[in-house]
Design a protein around this ligand. Structure first.
Ligand code: GAP
Length: 510
């Protein structure tokens, strides 16, 4: 998949009511997006698939819905006030702010592009005999470019870890210019916190308050409430979906990196010493959740973290091969007892578990699974969008979304707008709407209507024609195969259920 495919995806998402730039009539707002009439359905279905797989299929996982606003001290305890920041640099002429590490990484990208050009040139020259692996391993230009990339990596890492002045020096040494002004007139590199803050009224006692940058802390602070009121026994989990906010400066990848986004997180509380077992369990389970959607497993990979965050003793990303390369969709982190202990320390309240079997109290360890709903939306859209060649110069655009997650499960299409066909179609619509989200349309030729449903991913179209009035049968047409068959109206519910129900999807996990 290419940049071209990604551009098509963004315009398809807009044209067919999936994703719009926020406040578009005011020229939009950087890195903020709105979900349209079809996007909101797809997003809701992904959320439901996640929720049911976590809460409904695990008797020891329950859900909560914590507030976006939390006591500000939560973020001191969690380490976000002191440590949740990115290294930023401003250009004095354009007044534009950039992430310093990304400026350097973009510079390195130029060498990668040069390497790719060498490969493309050689492929053209050698044709079918071309051995890319051998060429990359032996070509001197590629070796030189890779050495340069590596040298910059080492300097950048040293600067980020030890001294931000070294990052500025590196930017100057590489001659990196501001993409807007073209000038090299930079400020020093400074850490900027990613949390948004706002004010609460003074009478509430707290003035500065934050918009949560992750949903997880809402779970940690409710650990004891849920454990006690739900009489939960270890191991058990608390799941939550909800908005999170981060002042991301780099925002060029559509809904991949946004300032306001939605997370689906689950904290699994376990007995200390058993966390690696559970970490392995969730690592496997979560990848299964992804591939159960029918996505090619080769498009997924694990990326184990070598360097751990201060609170973790193991961490892995599940990455997906987006049109712009492999990127993180989900993280699984073994967070030890860091968060609960921090909250104990900052509140003076005990957040422990009394273990009846061993007759001791301890702070549980936590294994976290954390996935971005918007990123998952992008995974599904980029995997599903296809320009299918139908032969004889004809193509069709379709979204091969997993049937249970499609915005509409079926479309009901009377062949003509007369002779009692709409009335019969409406009656079918009324019955099926109790189980499925159905789309109704009478306008335009049937072929055109099929194409419109293909483009929004509707797995089944039901066409009512004149024979239907006589024999109580209709034609169903499948999105992926375009196969059509005649079925009785009385069979519709069970046929559609078999094809598109969430239950069928969940069976793959149970
Ligand atoms: N509680 C752990 C946590 O928040 P994270 O790796 O910072 O970990 C988890 O975020 C997931 O949230 C990521 O894997 C990604 O899918 C999503 N995510 C993070 N920042 C995002 C952003 N700015 N826009 C969209 N999704 C984001």
């Amino acid at each position: 998949m290419s940049e071209e495919h990604f551009k098509n995806l963004i315009s398809h998402a807009k044209e067919y009511g999936f994703v719009f730039p926020s406040s578009e009539i005011y020229d939009g707002l950087a890195a903020v997006y709105d979900y349209g009439q079809n996007g909101v359905e797809l997003k809701k279905n992904i959320r439901e698939y996640w929720w049911k797989s976590m809460v409904q299929l695990h008797e020891n996982i329950v859900g909560i819905d914590a507030s976006i606003f939390m006591a500000p001290k939560v973020w001191k305890a969690s380490g976000h006030i002191d440590g949740f920041s990115d290294p930023m640099i401003d250009n004095k002429d354009s007044k534009k702010r950039y992430r310093a590490d990304v400026l350097v990484e973009d510079y390195q990208e130029k060498y990668r592009v040069k390497n790719q050009k060498e490969v493309d040139k050689a492929r053209k020259r050698f044709g079918d005999d071309f051995d890319e692996t051998q060429f990359v391993a032996t070509n001197p230009n590629i070796a030189r470019n890779n050495a340069k990339i590596e040298e910059i990596d080492v300097k950048l890492k040293d600067g980020l870890e030890n001294d931000l002045d070294k990052v500025k020096a590196l930017i100057e040494e590489l001659g990196i210019a501001c993409p807007v002004s073209g000038s090299k007139n930079w400020t020093d590199v400074r850490q900027f916190n990613l949390m948004y803050s706002t004010q609460m009224s003074a009478t509430d006692g707290e003035s500065q308050i934050y918009l949560r940058p992750e949903t997880a802390q809402g779970i940690f602070v409710n650990y004891l409430n849920v454990q006690k009121t739900g009489r939960m026994k270890l191991p058990f989990g608390i799941a939550q979906t909800g908005k999170a906010f981060r002042n991301e400066i780099v925002a060029r990848q559509f809904i991949m990196r946004m300032k306001e986004f939605e997370q689906m997180e689950m904290q699994f509380f376990v007995k200390p010493g058993t966390e690696m077992e559970w970490y392995a369990y969730w690592k496997e389970q979560r990848l299964k959740w992804h591939t159960n959607l029918g996505t090619n497993p080769a498009k997924y990979r694990y990326h184990d973290h070598v360097k751990m965050a201060h609170y973790a003793n193991a961490a892995v990303d599940i990455e997906y091969d987006f049109p712009f390369g492999f990127k993180e969709v989900e993280g699984i982190h073994s967070r030890t007892d860091f968060d609960l202990k921090q909250h104990e320390e900052h509140t003076g309240k005990k957040l422990q578990y009394f273990d009846n079997e061993s007759n001791e109290s301890y702070v549980p360890y936590v294994v976290e699974t954390s996935i971005g709903l918007d990123r998952m939306f992008l995974v599904l859209m980029s995997n599903a969008l296809e320009e299918e060649d139908l032969g004889e110069g004809k193509t069709r655009t379709l979204l091969r979304l997993p049937a249970a997650l499609a915005p509409y499960q079926c479309a009901i299409l009377p062949l003509m707008k007369k002779d009692g066909l709409p009335e019969m179609a409406r009656k079918i619509m009324k019955d099926l709407s109790l189980d499925f989200n159905c789309f109704y349309e009478e306008k335009d030729a049937i072929g055109k209507r099929y194409r419109r449903q293909d483009a929004i991913g509707t797995p089944i179209c039901i066409t009512i024609d004149h024979d239907s009035l006589e024999d109580e049968s209709v034609t169903i047409r499948y999105r992926d195969s375009m196969e059509q068959k005649r079925v009785k109206v009385s069979e519709l519910e069970s046929i559609i259920t078999q094809e598109v129900s969430m239950k069928e999807l969940l069976k793959g996990l149970a």
